[in-house]
Design a binder for this molecule. Structure first.
Ligand SMILES: O=P(O)(O)OC[C@H]1O[C@H](OP(=O)(O)OP(=O)(O)O)[C@H](O)[C@@H]1O
Ligand code: HPA
Length: 168
């Protein structure tokens, strides 16, 4: 395992993202974390947003397309839907990694179909193949490795690593 981004570097980037969102994401917004990978990043980002005096609603949407594989199945499945109405509200979608771009595109369409007024999307990591795909903010542009840590897994393992590493 090669460490590519330390816990300290992650924390700095989360604060910068929260600074960027604090002017926009107010109490009328819903932050939607995409389970399972978004959990560490969404927890850090929510706390950073709340420290800036903003108190959006927090919700989760469980989407799955990789399961235990290292390549996307190409099909996004909803394992569990959001728990509150999104109709008439803007949503900030939060995910760990933006790779093919399929998961976030699916989440945007899903929330808009439920009546969200608009979506912003943010992933902590962007992989090279997602360059050029639509996203509103990212924390870090990663090299083309299979990554683990800070929510990213290999068949369910390593999500809790406080740093991001490449699996060789
Ligand atoms: O841009 P994409 O190619 O769609 O890849 C990104 C998605 O892949 C992972 O989800 P996964 O399906 O592995 O579920 P998980 O969140 O439970 O790990 C990750 O958490 C992102 O949601
Ligand atoms: O590099 C990755 N690591 C873990 N999960 C992922 N889902 C998409 N890309 C990745």
């Amino acid at each position: 395992m090669r460490v590519l981004l330390s816990a300290e570097e992650i924390a700095e980037r989360v604060e910068a993202l929260a600074d960027g969102f604090a002017g926009q994401v107010d109490d009328g917004w819903t932050v939607v974390a995409l389970l399972q990978g978004a959990i560490p990043f969404a927890a850090d980002l929510m706390r950073a947003i709340e420290r800036r005096g903003r108190h959006p609603i927090y919700d989760s949407l469980w989407l799955e397309s990789y399961h235990d594989a290292r390549e996307s199945s190409g099909k996004v499945v909803v394992r569990a839907d959001i728990s509150r109405a999104i109709e008439g509200r803007p949503a900030l979608i939060v995910d760990d990694v933006f790779d093919s771009g399929r998961t976030i595109a699916y989440a945007r369409a899903h929330l808009m179909a439920k009546g969200a007024t608009r979506t912003l999307a943010c992933a902590f990591v962007r992989k090279p193949q997602a360059m050029g795909e639509a996203i509103d903010a990212i924390g870090w542009d990663a090299p083309n490795d299979f990554l683990v840590g800070y929510g990213m897994d290999d068949a369910g393992r390593y999500r809790g690593l406080p740093y991001i590493a490449a699996l060789d």
